[in-house]
Design a protein around this ligand. Sequence first.
Ligand code: SF4
Ligand code: SF4
Length: 96
Amino acid sequence: MSFSISDRCVNCYACLDLCPSNAISQGVSQFHIDSLRCTECAGHFADPQCASICPVEGALLDGEGQALHPPGSLTGIPPTLRVVAMEGQPAASLLP
Ligand code: SF4
Ligand code: SF4
């Protein structure tokens, strides 16, 4: 199985030099993982290095296309409140 990078990648370069398999490269619009090279870091590290450093929720996907950092997992902001914040509404209106 191989990880992949979604269009949420912000091209921050943080993961590029950490991959033990040299599977990560800069693509046209976002970084890219070569599925033939990615080993999910097996045999090198206990945790996948790209996911360990990526600061963006939803940028890295596992072999089944699921986000390694789902919405709210890094920021601590529940997805419903983030939408409200992006729309400029007071988040307090959603709190119990
Ligand atoms: S999971 Fe490991 S081998 Fe795969 S792209 Fe990320 S750093 Fe490289
Ligand atoms: S660390 Fe995440 S956001 Fe940064 S280049 Fe890699 S995949 Fe993209």
